[in-house]
Design a protein around this ligand. Structure first.
Ligand code: FAD
Length: 860
């Protein structure tokens, strides 16, 4: 606990004026935006990573638990530390360290608020996509801690989709760099794990965020309803047509009244509900999209659709939405907000049941929520001075979480678990799932000093494990009962009993990747697991056995004009979806659709004990627990056999067209940069080496008219820059346009893949050319990626290449190499400090190292 010696140590590290220990200060820091309270023992305000490191080292040495605090707007008790622990406030980390528009990233200190970053980016025509309603007062570090969402996340995804890297201080004071400006670093997705970890695995001091160009045009509408269920129907209907608005935000009459009482925002006070709908993109075709949306609204019971005529009207509509939580003070002294998520089509039922719960417990409710994501925010009103009301409101909150779990959703979409919801984690996870999550936390914080006692329910007295029971409410189909799973469980147990190493596989098409194994393995595969476990066309998700090939899956989805928007390179007809998850394989479409990590909603896998573990769920927003789904994605068979995966799917684009032209690499790179900086929205921007010349290829996908317009514009840019042979053609939705170049690349014994900062990709390639001339190459300007193949490669050339990748703020790996080469070299290139975290997690989840020993980066 906190002793006088410890206080003195803190004063030495941060200076006496940055240490608070008086009663009034301690009282002040006993609160966050939740209803949880707890008095800390000391508060410190470090200003540098070095100070944070020293503070944590001292806390570690003295056994003092600590919690990172941004601006404490979290709604789950995440920043409350009871029993006299240490609060580490990050309010002095308030600088934007750099904005790099050409490489589409920015580096910020953790205490910069979301709005400060937006304000700095806006004049450059850029934005940071996650936009929590609390953006004025919530920090980027806090957004990372909670994996925050916001209105815009329907189209752009939540915080995790936009974090590229971070500097983090571990519990013992060690500083690690995780990721960086380049996409998809090798090793486990530690960034994905840290995002949403609520300060329980380390303190993040600097963050590299992905930034996005503003679109050319935006249309904001207000749809007005006489019945809230009609508004919910509109939401499902819009998404199922394939239009993805950037926002679909709903407010009910109670919220409308509260907001309008605080100052008119143009919401009709007699409406049962309003929807704020916003679409954006290239100007061409946008009005037609808005008109289609208006028609859907009117066909689903809407009374009226108003369109904002200018920025002032748009701002007013948003002012009301962003101020909705605060406006509750016009109706009630306190509120408890839930943030469970349900499948979109279940919104009407969920809202009815929320109303019934509110009536049952006598706490009036107002609803304001991210309807497009099915993310509810019932605000339950009460008076905290009345103990009976406090008790009732907590019961109502618990019941609402249970309803969300029962409707196939989750207990938290974006606000986090903290103290407030930790017991409810048992509604959606088994005891073993939760123990596995806790193992990951303890792998990174073995003394359990970082924000202890949060997220995972506390085990019963006298035990350090939770009992091995099934989730109390959520029923997950598939699991142990799915075809082939029990056989695989037995096979893993048997191999383990025989002390055999195990190579986990799908069809084996990716077997040659990764480092050489250090023991001769038995192979266990997922090929029998081919079932469709659940397919919900309306809510646009599918759960399939990991042994189903991507091709079979796409064929099934095509029957409903849907698809899974990934086109993994080197994918064979037999390549399984499980294998693709394990390899996190993704092509140039990543820049627009995202990677498998962004499309996976949940997984089930068999761990090294032969036990089933479930991660995530089937709703698009889910912050219940550590992000084990991301951890497994790209784990390359070293953590467990993935048995099934739930994917977010999409409506197939109406058109896919490619504009191409030929020129030097420099000319192609110049045009690529122009296209990326323009108002156009390409799906891929690449160049392929062809007979000594380069062909620039720019793909566009979506509504046919909008695609044709963009193709025309793009060919114009190509021609203006002097590129020759400008042409355009259609390409198939599922296969995309790179199958030929992948086949050419694969013909060589060595194939390298590297990701670097976007703006540095062509210079990096030119340096690689000098080290070892590639036989074929694909440069992906949209993702900062290079694929190159070589007829031969030696250690010195590989080392030199890795120095180039590292100099361009990236990394490289060999997708294909000879057995001889793999014996003496790490196919993941230069050692990185974050790899130690990969190995710490591997040791915690596979302590005997049965799965693919030696395969990980940095070799064991
Ligand atoms: C009116 C209102 C509206 C809101 N609207 C939204 C919304 O639209 N969407 C949404 O998702 N949330 C929303 N929230 C919740 C909240 O604002 C977010 O969770 C926000 O990200 C918290 O940021 P913060 O700086 O306040 O973090 P804090 O509350 O200080 O911390 C949040 C968590 O992150 C950890 N943490 C903080 N900084 C670090 C760090 N540097 N390193 C490691 N861990 C760290 C903390 O320990 C804690 O567990 C809203 C809250 C309010 C009060």
């Amino acid at each position: 606990m906190i002793t006088e010696t410890f206080v003195q140590k803190m004063e030495e590290i941060v200076g006496a004026s940055y240490v608070r220990k008086t009663g009034a200060d301690l009282e002040l820091y006993s609160y966050d935006a939740s209803l949880v309270t707890g008095r800390p023992g000391l508060i410190v305000f470090p200003a540098t990573t070095e100070e944070v490191s020293k503070v944590l080292k001292a806390a570690h040495d003295h056994g003092v638990p600590s919690v990172a605090r941004g601006f404490a707007t979290n709604l789950s008790g995440g920043t409350i530390i009871s029993d006299g622990g240490l609060v580490i406030s990050l309010s002095r980390f308030d600088e934007i360290l750099g904005i790099y528009p050409e490489s589409r990233y920015a580096v910020v200190q953790t205490g910069v608020t979301n709005l400060e970053l937006q304000d700095a980016l806006s004049p450059l025509g850029l934005f940071y996509a996650p936009d929590p309603a609390s953006q004025k007062v919530s920090t980027i570090g806090g957004n990372v801690g909670e994996n925050s969402g916001g209105p815009r996340c329907l189209k752009y995804g939540v915080t995790s989709n936009h974090i590229l890297g971070m500097q983090m201080v571990m519990a013992d004071g060690e500083v690690v760099e995780i990721g960086g400006p380049a996409f998809d670093p090798p090793g486990y997705d530690v960034r994905g794990l840290v995002v949403g970890s609520e300060g329980c695995v380390g303190i993040v001091t600097e963050i590299t965020v992905r930034i996005t160009p503003k679109t050319e045009s935006v249309i904001t509408m207000l749809a007005v309803y006489d019945a809230i269920s009609d508004a919910a129907k509109t939401v499902s209907e819009i998404i199922s047509t394939g239009i993805v608005p950037n926002t679909l935000e709903m407010m009910d009459n109670t919220i409308i009244q509260a907001v309008e009482k605080g100052g008119p925002c143009g919401y009709p006070t007699d409406a049962a509900a309003v929807l704020i709908i916003e679409v954006e993109g290239v100007a061409v075709g946008l009005k037609e999209q808005a008109e289609k949306i208006r028609e859907i609204c009117m066909a689903t019971g809407c009374r009226d659709v108003k369109t904002a005529k200018n920025q002032a009207e748009r701002d007013l509509l948003w002012k009301g939405r962003r101020g909705a939580f605060g406006a509750i003070c016009n109706l009630s002294p306190n509120y408890l907000v839930n943030d469970g998520c349900v499948l979109r089509t279940k919104l009407p039922e969920a809202l009815e049941r929320v109303k019934a719960i509110s009536d049952q417990y006598g706490c009036p409710v107002g609803n304001v929520f991210h309807a497009g994501d099915g993310n509810l925010h019932p605000l339950l009103m009460f008076d905290s001075r009345n103990e009976a009301e406090v008790e009732q409101v907590h019961k109502a909150g618990w019941d609402i979480m249970a309803v969300c779990a029962e409707l196939g959703g989750t207990i938290s979409g974006e606000h986090g678990i903290g103290h407030e919801k930790q017991d409810a984690m048992s509604m959606v996870f088994s005891g073993h799932d939760l123990n596995t999550q806790q193992n990951v936390k303890l792998a990174l914080d073995p003394s359990d000093l970082m924000n202890p006692g949060k997220i995972i329910p506390l085990p019963p007295e006298g035990s350090d494990r939770l009992p091995d029971q099934e989730p109390t409410i959520l029923k997950r189909p598939g699991g142990k009962d799915a075809t082939g799973v029990s056989e695989a469980i037995e096979a893993i147990k048997q191999a383990k009993n025989e002390n055999r190493a195990i190579r986990l596989a799908g069809s084996g098409s990716y077997n040659g990747m990764g480092n050489a194994l250090t023991a001769e393995p038995v192979s266990i595969n997922s090929l029998q697991m081919k079932e469709i476990i659940e397919y919900d066309t309306e809510n646009q998700f599918i759960t399939v056995g990991a042994g189903m090939s991507l091709m079979e899956l796409q064929e099934k989805l095509a029957e409903n004009n849907q698809w899974l928007p990934i086109r993994p390179p080197f994918c064979k007809p037999e390549s399984t979806t499980g294998g693709i998850v394990a390899m996190a394989a993704v092509g140039p479409e990543r820049s627009s659709y995202g990677a498998p990590r962004d499309m996976l909603l949940g997984l089930q896998y068999i761990d090294s004990n032969g036990q089933m573990v479930s991660t995530g769920g089937k709703v698009v927003k889910n912050v219940a627990g550590y992000d084990m789904t991301r951890l497994l994605t790209g784990s390359a068979g070293t953590l467990g056999l993935i048995t099934e995966a739930s994917w977010k799917i999409a409506t197939r684009p109406e058109a896919c067209q490619l504009a191409s032209a030929v020129g030097s690499l420099e000319a192609c790179a110049t045009v690529a940069a122009e296209v990326i900086a323009s108002n156009l929205l390409p799906n891929s921007v690449t160049a392929v080496q062809q007979n000594g010349d380069w062909q620039l290829m720019v793909g566009f996908e979506g509504i046919a008219g909008v695609v044709s317009y963009q193709i025309e514009q793009c060919l114009g840019l190509m021609s203006k820059a002097g590129l020759k042979d400008g042409a355009h053609r259609d390409y198939p939705v599922v296969e995309g346009c790179f199958t030929e170049i992948y086949a050419t690349l694969e013909q060589q014994p060595f194939v390298a893949q590297s990701e670097v900062a976007l703006g540095k990709v062509s210079q990096a390639y030119q340096k690689i050319e000098k080290i070892c001339s590639p036989e074929a190459a694909l440069i992906d300007f949209g993702c900062g990626r290079i694929f190159a193949s070589f007829s031969s490669l030696d250690t010195t050339q590989w080392d030199n290449m890795n120095n180039v990748f590292s100099g361009a703020q990236g990394h490289g790996k060999l997708l294909k190499s000879t057995d001889d080469f793999r014996k003496g070299n790490d196919v993941y290139g230069l050692k990185k400090s974050e790899w130690q975290l990969t190995h710490m997690i591997k040791s915690a989840l596979d302590p005997e190292g049965v799965f693919s020993p030696g395969a990980l980066p940095g070799r064991a």
